[in-house]
Design a protein around this ligand. Structure first.
Ligand SMILES: Cc1cc2nc3c(=O)[nH]c(=O)nc-3n(C[C@H](O)[C@H](O)[C@H](O)COP(=O)(O)OP(=O)(O)OC[C@H]3O[C@@H](n4cnc5c(N)ncnc54)[C@H](O)[C@@H]3O)c2cc1C
Ligand code: FES
Length: 279
């Protein structure tokens, strides 16, 4: 009998060709790429990621930043930090990249229906969280209060600035922003993201919170949420770990036996609070 195992194993690691339709600078360090796969919609859930590759350069996990409702054309927000991402920043519309995925568990949207939602995001954390925020705006009737807290280092480092301006006027959600270092023209809040909590009204029994941001933010944000009486099992977070295969095969992303690429990147605080490397 023909053994097809090696072929199917190989196929898991072979990227699909995708085309860049548009590239837009968001800040000095981040660009937004609008991407389309040749043969299919991506079919992602909020907060899932894809492995992006450029032949001869490398591969890296990047979150899908657009709503699941528009997965024929999907968004990737990329900060140029290293080999793959710097090469991506040199790409133009019409260029090709490789895509594997979507991978990861994504956000359990079915568990938050009918709840007050409190999103806490810092810096590049808005990239993955935007997919969930857009999903919630598009399905607004399924949720109660929708609050977004966003913190950036400087006003010029805020991602999706035009969209933030639109959200600020949108009655369907309550957006509050802060920056660590103000620049000319900034009239908003200055201070770390936890300073925004003071003005936010929270119904502890009805609220689900989602945190995505730099590692240092998690500990302090969790503390604020717990002090307001939000249950540990209703605090979600997306954890980024060094990844290679994205498929639970290589072990690179392991965190105390947890394969973040498959069991995560979205975790409940109650599930990871005892994992030393998590927070
Ligand atoms: C689930 C997930 C989602 C992500 N989503 C996004 C996203 O939406 N947008 C985005 O811009 N990034 C995202 N990232 C981060 C991105 O994958 C990494 O920054 C990735 O390393 C970039 O690849 P690169 O080849 O450009 O950089 P690399 O060449 O890997 O270098 C990146 C940085 O990491 C350092 N580094 C390299 N190897 C190691 C190592 N072994 N240990 C410690 N430091 C090392 C380098 O010195 C450099 O500073 C995500 C990561 C994960 C896990
Ligand atoms: S990245 Fe290979 S097992 Fe998770």
């Amino acid at each position: 009998m023909l053994d097809t195992a090696p072929i199917s194993r190989k196929s898991l690691f072979v990227p699909e060709a995708a085309r860049i339709l548009d590239v837009e600078p968001l800040t000095a360090r981040e660009k937004l790429f609008r991407v389309s796969l040749n043969d299919r919609p991506l079919g992602h859930r909020p907060c899932q990621f894809v492995e992006v590759s450029i032949a001869g350069i490398g591969e890296a996990p990047i979150s899908v930043s657009s709503s699941p409702a528009s997965s024929e054309i999907f968004d990737l927000c990329v900060r140029d930090v290293g080999t793959l991402t710097q090469a991506m920043h040199r790409l133009e519309p019409g260029d090709r990249i490789g895509i594997r995925g979507p991978y990861g568990n994504g956000f359990p949207v079915e568990k938050i229906i009918g709840k007050d939602l409190l999103f806490v995001c810092g810096g590049l954390g808005l990239a993955p969280l935007r997919s969930l925020i857009l999903h919630c705006i598009e399905n607004r009737a399924s949720f109660r209060r929708l609050t977004v807290l966003y913190g950036a280092k400087r006003p010029s480092e805020r991602l999706y600035r035009e969209e933030l301006a639109a959200w600020a006027k949108d009655e369907r959600l309550d957006l509050r922003e802060t920056v660590d270092v103000p620049e000319e023209g900034w009239t908003g809040n200055v201070g770390v993201i936890t300073t925004l909590f003071r003005a936010v009204e929270v119904d502890p029994l009805e609220t689900v919170a989602v945190i995505v941001g730099p590692p240092v933010m998690y500990k302090f944000a969790v503390l604020e949420l717990l002090q307001r009486g939000i249950m540990e099992s209703r605090i979600y977070m997306s954890l980024e770990r060094r990844m290679r295969c994205g498929l639970g095969k290589c072990g690179h992303c392991q965190m105390n036996g947890i394969y973040v690429c498959q069991e995560g990147p979205v975790f409940c605080y109650s599930d990871v609070k005892k994992v030393k490397e998590a927070l």
